[in-house]
Design a binder for this molecule. Structure first.
Ligand code: FAD
Length: 469
């Protein structure tokens, strides 16, 4: 007999497991189909392992700085990558166990196998030559994404890797080329630089973190260059020739061809949506030319009762956006009419050194959208806590829409680069999404001495009065 569910979720990454947990909390009978490991990219080869290794880099930086605080470290700090990798795996394993227990505790039925969706929301689950069929009143496709590759750089897992292999590296390479200066490329370049590799970051666009506010990307570029990362923008990588131990990579800029000998090439050029991973044969579901499942702003596909969420749809490829979309789909199913998620105002956090965090419109985007804006920028170099921790690079930038009287009103965007900004973004995110004005935010107290004071100070400047400039 075919088992029936209120909701069948295909894909157990952040978008899928969030929908499963939220749906069961709302009283739905839920099934979750996963072909690999519950937790998806984020838990196994994404956010968690990347941030865990970046924390190793952060500890190493702190130990290197120890003498500035009068702490004798006796000898140069050295890293044992196997211990760091074990620690990373322990964190993943703990979260994995916790997540499985949560799903079981919520009575979500987990099907292990590859799910294929056909007409009338029938799902065939295939594993080891066996097929099981279940049926959903509603179905959520959350099949995620996999690393993109580029021609001429076949992944061998040894000299040419994507994030999947990179995160399990067992030794620190001497010389590395990171192809792609987006969020993941910048995190990897920063990590490798801290661990002692000589790093060249190759980006085809004119700037690293191209979608960020210009002041932020310029500031990050300056910090990276100061750390010794060689950044080459506006370049085209042509190919590479490997001798099995190392490789010579060719890249061109303005017609000049350059060669670079490295021990490792990390390809981080974005992620390919798994649009057709669940088959979707004889359904009305559309997949666009980039491989994304087509949805409307309510995350509905063209097939009745079928939604899609997470990296597999064309919205910011972030775990927390996946969580939000999974929850949104469940609320839709429950008929609660949730407010659509605005991709322009979601929070972004990038965990390189210095960190980057932002929410809302950049100055360029705000102006292009026709807003008259006021802008304020404050640097961490004047912030007491930043001086105390010895990390004074970076800035906070706030963009506000001008009111009729020309004074700053609603906060449209907040952009940060500097120490622990990923942990400071919360109040900025709320300000943007609650459509708060600069006066409303400036009325609130920032604790002293904190790094977050810089956000308060930057907003206060936009009221026309300020304390420290
Ligand atoms: C190195 C790296 C660092 C990152 N860092 C961050 C970060 O700091 N913060 C952040 O927000 N995001 C980060 N991300 C992005 C984040 O990992 C993704 O946005 C997130 O995992 C997407 O969730 P998802 O559920 O849509 O897809 P996925 O996590 O890709 O999960 C999809 C799941 O579906 C399964 N699946 C696919 N097809 C089928 C099928 N037919 N049947 C059954 N199962 C199927 C897959 O096995 C997989 O488990 C990072 C990504 C990488 C690669």
């Amino acid at each position: 007999m075919t088992e029936n569910y209120d909701l069948v979720v295909i894909g157990g990454g952040p978008a899928g497991y969030a929908a499963a947990l939220y749906g069961s909390a709302a009283g739905l009978k839920v099934a979750l189909v996963e072909e690999n490991k519950i937790g998806g990219t984020c838990l196994h080869v994404g956010c968690i392992p990347a941030k865990e290794l970046l924390e190793t880099a952060s500890v190493l930086r702190a130990v290197r700085q120890a003498q500035d605080f009068g702490i004798e470290t006796i000898k140069e700090p050295a890293i044992d990558l196997s211990i760091s990798q074990n620690r990373k795996q322990t964190v993943i394993d703990q979260l994995f166990t916790g997540l499985n227990s949560l799903l079981v505790g919520r009575e979500v039925t987990i099907y292990s196998g590859k799910g294929f969706l056909g007409p009338e929301r029938k799902i065939e689950i295939k594993k080891d030559n066996e097929t099981e069929t279940i049926q959903g009143k509603n179905v959520l496709l959350a099949t995620g994404s996999t690393p993109r590759t580029i021609e001429g750089f076949e992944i061998d897992g040894k000299i040419v890797v994507t994030s999947d292999e990179f995160l399990s590296l067992d030794q620190i390479p001497d010389r590395v080329a990171v192809i792609g200066g987006g969020a993941i490329g910048c995190e990897f370049a920063s990590l490798l630089n801290d661990l002692g590799s000589s790093v060249t970051l190759l980006e085809s666009l004119d700037e690293i973190l191209a979608g960020c506010d210009k002041d932020v990307s310029t500031s990050l570029r300056r910090s990276f260059s100061k750390k010794g990362i060689d950044i080459q923008t506006g370049v085209k990588v042509e190919g590479h020739e490997s001798d099995g131990q190392k490789t010579t990579l060719s890249w061109s800029k303005d017609g000049d061809v350059n060669q670079l000998e490295v021990d490792l090439v990390v390809v981080s050029v974005g992620r390919q949506p798994n649009g057709n991973s669940a088959g979707l044969q004889n359904t009305q579901i559309g997949i666009d030319e980039k491989g994304y499942i087509e949805v409307d702003e309510r995350l509905k596909t063209k097939e009745q009762g079928v939604w899609a969420a997470g990296d597999v749809i064309n919205t910011p490829q972030l775990a927390h956006v996946g969580f939000a979309e999974g929850i949104f789909a469940v609320k839709e199913i429950l008929g609660e009419c949730p407010v659509p998620i605005d991709p322009e105002t979601v929070p972004w956090c990038i965990y390189c050194d210095p960190e980057v965090a932002f929410a809302g419109l950049t100055e360029e985007k705000a102006k292009a959208a026709g807003y008259e804006v006021s802008v304020s920028k404050h640097r961490y170099s004047g912030n007491g806590r930043a001086m105390i921790i010895g990390e004074t690079e970076g800035l906070v930038k706030v963009i506000a829409e001008n009111k009729g009287d020309g004074k700053a009103g609603r906060i449209l965007g907040v952009h940060m680069v500097g120490p622990w900004v990923t942990e400071q973004l919360g109040q900025a995110y709320l300000a943007v999404n609650l459509e708060a004005t600069v006066d409303e935010v400036a009325n609130h107290i920032q604790a002293h001495p904190t790094l977050s004071e810089l956000f308060g100070e930057t907003v206060m400047s936009l009221t026309g009065r300020s304390l420290h400039g």
